[in-house]
Design a binder for this molecule. Structure first.
Ligand code: AMP
Ligand code: MG
Length: 702
């Protein structure tokens, strides 16, 4: 085993949880989970961190992922200390000793007393620990180095190589790390013991388990960290752990293995020491999804009219997601695209509970014949559990959703009992477990619930909430620039001269993009002028991830979109065998895919729905989405020639698909009339009233 899937990097603090929030030197965790970078996570105190790490270990190992956790603190002390303190030259003996002696509540801890005690026992009250951050004097703990004497080396071997590192003996003062080691190692000890068999500690053990603890020191990469801090408005510690997590996640398995090869069995080592240049270089590579390939719109040579299915298959194989990710509250994620798998943190239901209002009892203790059970005083309700045990042979009043108390495994429905003053009677024959819900019968903690690419529905939001997910990693919204071209176009509301028409495509495409969940970027109208078009495409590529143009996509004199794209070598004319729709121009303009749509509004809409919509979904990270259609009896007659697929503006009335009276490509009223499309196959068909035809409602294009 070598590869890790997830990386959590922690900057632990040594102090107490007092004062304002967020505190400057509190605890931050940087997290890249299964390839997805989360926002750094803030913890007020070590207890919260410990719980979160335990949950993370549970979740990642349950999902079969290997997790590396980095801690910004020495895992061992300089040589000789372990043996003097514990009798064994074993770093884990020190962890164990500290866990037994350190008391840590969020508001107070005894680190200075413990250090002073060690000084008295091992160093005649003069060292190895020094500096005191509190007002109280501690007998044996020097405040300064004046009377200091250290029976052990002042630094670990690794620190003699690490410029600017602090000695672990110094407990207080700017930059000191001593306190966080004393306070942090017990946390590591508890996690290591709690997850025995799942956790290995570098470099003391071979990393042959799912989870590895690794010592990190962000200051090792001082310049890279400074650059990252300058480019972020997060606190310094947050940026550092985020940057470390990003760095670790970028290392390939072989490099990671190589960097993990060190020999420091007692003192430990700082990950990456001696490889600073390599790590800095890896960090400075920009973090973005890989760009689309230059030839992504190339068509096989010699093809004349490409059938619709082939065109779609080409788009599906050529395009990849281009959007980054962000973490958002789950409650704000409706309609957004999930970027990372979600695993249930909690089971649903979390504990066995009653499915009805009634009476609960132990099935095994039921008497023969029709039971009459005395009632235990009290009751169990949803959110108000019954704390005691229900004695064998008795029943307890229980309401829907209440956790089953000890002594109850079966519930009889209230309507099925006769109630006396202190007892209930019902018919024999109830089955064990009746009217109860098992813990996890819906969802078990640790199982995957939602996959990347999922467009989140209200039901998904409920599932996330019920299983304890408050935040989700989402794809950033795809930004799509919209440009209309044509000398004849004016803006609705402006005065229109002879030969001028109002721009209908741009408002249509902008509202459609909005409904598809993308961010439309309105680039306005461009006249039939190559320079202006070039500028607009430049700006579009800068402001958006993809560009939709309409008009000028054919091969005529004024078809400047196709002319410009051809001239710059960016374009392929896709002559797709579809009606309506003249050639679709597909190009990559400065890395941004351009969909050059026909100018006719009907053709523009059909081409967008059929070709651009699934392509944009893929770019956005939602995967390739096929619209759901239905076979319905036709309410029309039509004879269609072979050679191209046809889409008719349609709607359903009285269970039949009717189509718009005119097939004219400029009939915008038909777009408004229609509620979907009828799709007629590539070959010849003779449609008679009542024949099945494929109807795709506009709602299916989402
Ligand atoms: P083109 O593809 O530029 O030759 O345009 C084909 C037809 O669509 C022409 O009749 C144009 O006037 C019309 N058209 C082009 N763009 C738009 C638009 N944005 N809104 C309405 N009609 C348009
Ligand atoms: Mg035009």
């Amino acid at each position: 085993m070598s590869a890790f899937h997830s990386f959590a990097m922690v900057d632990c603090a040594g102090g107490n949880d007092t004062g304002p929030t967020p505190r400057k030197d509190a605890i931050w965790m940087g997290l890249v989970r299964d390839g997805i970078e989360a926002r750094p996570i803030y913890f007020r105190n070590r207890a919260l961190l410990e719980e979160a790490l335990a949950e993370l270990i549970e979740a990642e190992t349950a999902a079969g992922r290997r997790l590396m956790i980095g801690f910004d603190m020495p895992f061992g002390y300089p040589q000789g200390f372990a043996a003097a303190l514990t009798g064994a030259d074993d770093p884990f003996a020190v962890w164990d000793w500290l866990a037994a002696h350190i008391e840590d509540s969020p508001k107070s801890n005894n680190r200075f007393e413990v250090a002073a005690g060690i000084n008295r026992d091992l160093g005649a009250g003069k060292g190895p620990f020094w500096a005191n951050g509190t007002r109280t004097d501690h007998d044996g703990l020097p405040r300064t180095r004046a009377s200091y004497a250290n029976p052990f080396p002042d630094r670990r071997v690794v620190e003699t190589h690490a410029r600017g590192s602090f000695t672990c003996w110094q407990l207080a003062g700017a930059g000191a790390v001593g306190s966080q080691v004393l306070m942090g190692l017990p946390v590591l000890h508890r996690l290591r013991t709690r997850f025995a068999g799942r956790v290995r500690v570098w470099p003391f053990e071979p990393l042959d388990a799912p989870v590895a603890f690794v010592e990190i020191w962000p200051s090792l990469l001082r310049e890279a960290m400074a650059r990252a801090e300058a480019g972020s408005d997060l606190p310094r510690d947050a940026v550092q752990v985020q940057t470390m997590a990003r760095l670790l996640a970028r290392l390939d398995a072989a490099t990671l293995d190589r960097l993990l090869e060190v020999d420091a069995p007692e003192e430990g080592w700082i990950f990456g020491l001696g490889h600073e240049d390599l790590l800095t270089e890896i960090l400075s590579a920009p973090l973005a999804p890989p760009p689309l390939r230059d030839d992504c719109f190339a068509l096989p040579a010699g093809v004349n009219w490409t059938p619709v299915d082939e065109a779609l298959a080409l788009l599906e194989t050529r395009l990849t997601p281009v959007t980054g990710t962000e973490t958002r509250p789950a409650t704000q994620a409706l309609g957004r695209i999930l970027a990372a798998p979600v695993t249930a943190r909690r089971s649903n239901p979390p504990s066995p509970n009653a499915a009805v209002d009634g009476y609960g009892f132990a099935h095994a203790a039921l008497p023969a014949g029709d039971p009459v059970l005395p009632l235990t005083p009290g009751r169990a309700a949803a959110g108000v559990p019954f704390g005691g045990t229900v004695p064998k042979g008795q029943a307890l009043r229980i309401l829907t959703g209440a956790a089953l108390p000890r002594g109850v495994d079966t519930v009889v429905l209230e309507e099925d009992v006769t109630q006396g003053s202190n007892a209930i009677a019902f018919r024999a024959g109830i089955r064990p477990g009746s009217n109860t819900r098992r813990a996890g019968e819906d969802v078990t903690a640790g199982t995957p619930i939602l996959s990347p690419g999922r467009v989140l529905s209200p039901g998904d939001i409920a599932l996330l909430a019920a299983t304890g997910a408050s935040e989700v990693t989402l794809r950033k919204r795809l930004r799509v620039a919209v440009i209309s071209t044509g000398d004849e176009l004016v803006e609705a509301g402006d005065s229109a001269g002879p030969g001028q028409i109002y721009d209908a495509n741009r408002p249509m495409l902008i509202s459609l993009l909005d409904r598809l969940g993308h961010v439309p970027v309105d680039m306005g109208r461009i006249s039939d002028d190559r320079r202006a078009l070039r500028d607009a495409l430049d700006r579009g590529a800068q402001m958006a991830d993809a560009i939709l143009t309409s008009g000028g996509a054919s091969a005529g004199d004024e078809d400047h979109v196709s002319a410009l794209l051809t001239e710059t070598g960016a374009m392929t004319q896709w002559r797709i065998a579809v009606k309506p729709g003249r050639p679709l121009a597909l190009a990559l303009w400065q890395g941004a895919p351009v969909f050059g749509l026909p100018g006719n509004p009907v053709a523009a809409l059909v081409c967008t729905l059929i070709f651009a919509r699934p392509a944009l979904g893929l770019l956005a990270g939602a995967g390739w989405q096929v619209p759901q259609g239905y076979d319905l009896p036709a309410g029309f007659e039509k004879s269609k020639k072979p050679g191209r697929r046809e889409y008719l503006r349609a709607r359903v009335r009285d269970g039949r698909a009717e189509v718009f009276g005119s097939e004219g490509s400029g009939r915008i009223s038909g777009l408004s009339w229609a509620e979907g499309l009828v799709e007629l196959p590539d070959g010849a068909v003779q449609v008679r009233v009542g024949d099945p035809v494929r109807y795709i409602p506009f709602d299916s294009f989402r």
